[in-house]
Design a binder for this molecule. Structure first.
Ligand SMILES: Cc1cc2nc3c(=O)[nH]c(=O)nc-3n(C[C@H](O)[C@H](O)[C@H](O)COP(=O)(O)O)c2cc1C
Length: 195
């Protein structure tokens, strides 16, 4: 059974980002697949120090990121959810992404096949582009196919109203794209002839 790891990038619990994550997880499970939501806000995750130790070994920072690395390695798909903060991802979501610098060094580390993003924002016409660009750079670095993203603007007025319908439509699009991806996750990487 394929598993989607959903990372909730809001620093607070019970907000729109969490609703998007829990709604997506429920919808994925109702389609017969496994989904797991994780909350970095409840984990101890330090900033990447750029020390470069990960160029020839695991990250030397001893914190909860190592649990996330393991879940990441064991998942088939990733969904990264964040509120828009000054047109970027939340600092928490960015901190998590930065800690994947170990993948930048080109090591053969296990990773999900593909990822998608979910972004909510307060205003009616937010600028999602910087966040989408950062998420795509993250997908490239971690060697995941980019499947697309969901924009959920206007939360200042509507809160989480309409999240269910948006997630359903988004998942329909993702499942259609999934059909076009021939490979399944290879673990250990390259053991079956490369990714
Ligand atoms: C520090 C901060 C910066 C924000 N920057 C933006 C922004 O640039 N554009 C926007 O539309 N909303 C912005 N917002 C609003 C949030 O994106 C919005 O309230 C979102 O729904 C919060 O989700 P959450 O409750 O899951 O954290 C900002 C909120 C905060 C706290």
């Amino acid at each position: 059974m394929e598993r989607t790891l959903i990372i909730c990038g809001s620093a607070g619990r019970g907000g729109v980002t969490e609703t998007m994550c829990q709604t997506a997880a429920d919808a994925i499970r109702s389609r017969g697949q496994d989904a797991m939501v994780v909350f970095p806000s409840e984990m101890r995750i330090e900033h990447c120090r750029g020390c470069d130790s990960c160029s020839n070994g695991p990250c030397v920072i001893d914190d909860d990121m190592h649990r996330l690395y393991r879940l990441f390695a064991e998942s088939d798909f990733l969904m990264l959810a964040t509120p828009l903060h000054f047109s970027g991802p939340s600092s928490l979501a960015k901190t998590v992404m930065d800690r994947f610098q170990t993948y930048w060094h080109g090591k053969d580390l296990p990773h999900p096949i593909a990822m998608a993003g979910m972004i909510c924002a307060g205003s009616e016409h937010p600028n999602f582009e910087p966040t989408v660009a950062i998420m795509k750079a993250f997908a490239i670095t971690t060697k995941m196919k980019w499947m697309g993203h969901l924009e959920f603007p206007g939360t200042d007025v509507r809160g989480d109203q309409g999240v269910g319908e948006e997630i359903d439509g988004f998942l329909d699009r993702l499942y259609a794209i999934r059909e076009t991806i021939p490979t399944s996750r290879i673990w250990p990487p390259n053991s079956a002839g490369g990714e």
